[in-house]
Design a protein around this ligand. Structure first.
Ligand SMILES: Nc1ncnc2c1ncn2[C@@H]1O[C@H](COP(=O)(O)OP(=O)(O)OP(=O)(O)O)[C@@H](O)[C@H]1O
Ligand SMILES: [Mg+2]
Length: 234
């Protein structure tokens, strides 16, 4: 199997009011193409830090991370933004929707950044919103949507430009069982196309069975990687 993401010896320390917080202490992790890797572990163990480095949002202190062969850290900042915009979709733990834009406009942002005409981008955004069960709400502002609806807008925004790598931080935390299953089926369907890769941070045991492998993290390192036996029937 071909490797999509290759992290080697990643370390990261934060400076919190003069105190050093070791968030990653030497993480090695390889994710294959067409693979759904879940990342689990206690609060504060470094999950968001790790996926932020993988997605090129945060710089590591040491180590390397190759995304489809590209060491994102080595790119100049403009090329890096372009690489991220074209290749990575990210669902933030706190959604991070733009409050002044409605749902369709939020979802259209990655397409517009990649050069698509606004009218076409918004048409595509509305189609994707329908796939996450929000066909009727595309004109709503984030503040007019429930937490679970905002979460689905954030997921649509991460998928709309068909990135090769999709990274989700707790994508089902605000969803009921039915919507959680719908989102997982959609994510899996999209991620398995064209040798993409999908990383999902989660505490949600209801979705573990969708994973190909589950990486356990504790205290800034990967402690175990488990291949799931139980495959979801879909
Ligand atoms: N910007 C920051 N400044 C200082 N410390 C930080 C910062 N971000 C994270 N940390 C610390 O780094 C460690 C790892 O944080 P991280 O957010 O990666 O954890 P997590 O596994 O995603 O937790 P959760 O499940 O609660 O989201 C924690 O001890 C946290 O307090
Ligand atoms: Mg987190």
């Amino acid at each position: 199997m071909t490797i999509a993401i290759d992290c080697q010896n990643l370390t990261k320390t934060y400076d919190s009011d003069g105190q050093k917080v070791m968030a990653l202490t030497g993480v090695n992790l390889a994710i294959h193409q067409a693979e759904l890797m879940m990342l689990v572990g206690p609060s504060g163990c470094g999950k968001t830090t790790l996926i932020s480095i993988i997605a090129g949002i945060l710089d590591q202190d040491e180590g390397h991370c190759w995304i489809y062969g590209q060491d994102v850290n080595k790119l100049a900042s403009r090329d890096r933004l372009k690489f991220r915009a074209q290749n990575i979709g990210f669902v933030f733990q706190a959604y991070n929707l733009l409050p002044a834009l409605n749902a369709a406009e939020n979802v259209a942002v990655p397409l517009i950044i990649n050069g698509m005409k606004r009218s076409q981008a918004e048409r595509k955004a509305v189609e994707l919103l329908a796939q996450v069960g929000l066909a009727e709400r595309y004109r709503s502002l984030p503040a007019q949507l429930s937490g679970g609806q905002q979460q689905r807008v954030a997921i649509a925004r991460a998928l709309v430009h068909e990135p090769r790598l999709i990274v989700c931080d707790e994508p089902t935390s605000a969803l009921d069982h039915q919507n959680g299953q719908l989102i997982m089926q959609l994510l899996k369907q999209v991620a398995l196309q064209n040798n993409r890769a999908l990383i999902i941070v989660t505490h949600d045991a209801r979705i573990f069975s969708f994973a190909d492998r589950i990486a356990h993290m504790d205290d800034g390192r990967i402690t175990d990687i488990e291949a799931t036996v139980l495959k979801h029937p879909d």
